[in-house]
Design a protein around this ligand. Structure first.
Ligand code: PMT
Length: 419
């Protein structure tokens, strides 16, 4: 009897039902020519629901089963089909596409495609991208059950797995050809979950992380307040990255216009005093505290009960200092591993190091907020992470990437310090 593997061991239905994140992950979806190609439409939807940006590469065979137009409409990008198409290469060429990918996912992966990948061939666009792509490769095989059981296919599979290629499925059951057995492409929802699980590092598994984000608003009267330009993006990106790393994550958020990241608990606050209270009340259940919020340092000494009238030409406001939330957390008897941010317009690193020491922090993220396009209310950031005698610069990138990089450094330092 020919032995064969049902590859649901690593990504079983049970193990991938937990929702994972693909937020701002670039997925190149390869579609090869089998009847299951029609399911790639639903797979694109599943990947995008999880936040991925998806670009599709189709083999010639795939185009016989489903039109590029369908997959273009669903992915929102032109479909890549030919290796030697000068027009396509003028847009995003095959090498650029391979570099762009955070993941190359091929679904369905036919027996022929498995064979060509196992041999390292580069005889069409998809196999060429696979050879040129440094990102992880995940395959969702789909074929007739006898083709799947064939020793040649099983050999190819073993060669690919030995090279670190990830497999999801196939499922067993009734097939389009009428056979019953293993070889059905796995359910698109399960494939998307398996893809997301590749990015779940588990670096903070079991840890409880509390993150402050966004601005605070300090009321002057019932309709006016003092605040700042923080959008909350950096803090929300950190919450998403902490959840991806396996942490039970709570976001204490000032007023922002953002969706709560999946799997993150959100507590809405308005003023610095609200934020302090929410932060301190969570310290019994907190291993790591990250203060990313742009907390107003001062608040009006008095809040007018009625709207202030504009009677005078000049008006003087008396302000009082707000509590320093991150310093209070770090001085607390139930002190967690405490990380602050330093938003500076000059002498970035020396001010940041001063705050690290003065506020008793374990780590600080220095953020130059004077540079164009980074810092407050921008999509990108560039920071330097500092701790006890060391520092590491994280170059300009999207805030989600910066957040993931910060969480990796923080998790490493946390393990060194706490264990
Ligand atoms: O929200 P975005 O638009 O994405 O912008 C991100 C950001 C620029 C706001 C973020 O990256 C950032 O730099 N956050 C810190 C802003 C800040 O207030 O920095 P600071 O240097 O003034 O404060 C130092 C640290 O003390 C910070 O961790 C801050 O959260 C904390 N703090 C400050 C004052 C206060 N009363 N309580 C505090 O906890």
């Amino acid at each position: 009897m020919v032995s064969f593997a049902l590859l649901s061991d690593s990504y079983s239905r049970k193990s991938v039902t937990v929702l994972g994140h693909l937020f701002q992950r670039n997925v190149v979806l390869g579609v090869s020519g089998g009847i299951a190609a029609y399911k790639s439409a639903e797979l694109i939807r599943q990947l995008k629901t999880r936040g991925a940006d998806v670009r599709v590469v189709m083999t010639r065979g795939a185009r016989e089963f489903i039109t590029p137009l369908t997959l273009q409409a669903l992915s929102g990008h032109p479909v890549h089909a030919d290796l030697l198409d000068p027009e396509a290469e003028l847009g995003m060429g095959h090498i650029e596409l391979a570099r762009w990918a955070d993941l190359l996912l091929v679904a369905p992966a036919t027996a022929d495609l498995l064979a060509r990948l196992a041999q390292g061939r580069a005889d069409d666009l998809l196999t060429t991208v696979a050879l040129a792509c440094p990102a992880p490769l995940m395959l969702a095989p789909a074929m007739n059950q006898q083709m799947w059981r064939n020793t040649a296919t099983q050999d190819n599979l073993q060669r690919l797995q030995a090279r670190g290629v990830h497999m999801v499925g196939p499922a067993a059951g009734e097939q389009a050809c009428g056979d019953v057995g293993p070889g059905r492409m796995e359910d698109p929802a399960i494939i998307a979950a398996a893809a997301a699980s590749l990015f779940e590092s588990g670096e903070l598994a079991g840890r409880r992380v509390v993150i402050t984000a966004g601005p605070t608003r300090e009321a002057l009267d019932p309709v006016r307040y003092i605040s700042n330009h923080s959008s909350g993006r950096m803090g929300y990106a950190l919450a998403r990255a902490a959840a991806e790393a396996g942490a039970r994550t709570t976001l204490i958020s000032g007023p922002v216009d953002l969706h709560t990241p999946e799997g993150v608990e959100r507590v809405d606050v308005v003023s610095a005093e609200d934020m302090l209270e929410a932060s301190l009340s969570r310290l019994t259940d907190c291993d790591i505290f990250i203060a990313c919020a742009a907390v107003a340092d001062y608040r009006p000494a008095d809040v007018a009960g009625d709207k202030i009238k504009k009677n005078e030409e000049r008006m003087t406001l008396e302000l009082v200092r707000n509590p320093d939330i991150v310093a209070a957390v770090s001085a607390h008897p139930q002190r967690p591993f405490t990380v602050g941010f330093a938003a500076e317009t000059r002498d970035l690193l020396s001010y940041a190091r001063d705050k690290l020491e003065r506020k008793g922090l374990d780590m600080i993220v220095a953020n130059d907020v004077s540079a164009e396009g980074i810092g407050f209310n921008s999509q990108e950031n560039a920071v330097t992470v500092l701790w006890d005698g060391a520092e590491e610069a994280l170059p300009r990138s999207g805030k989600q990437q910066i957040a993931r990089d910060i969480i990796t450094r923080l998790a490493r330092r946390y393990r060194e310090t706490v264990t």
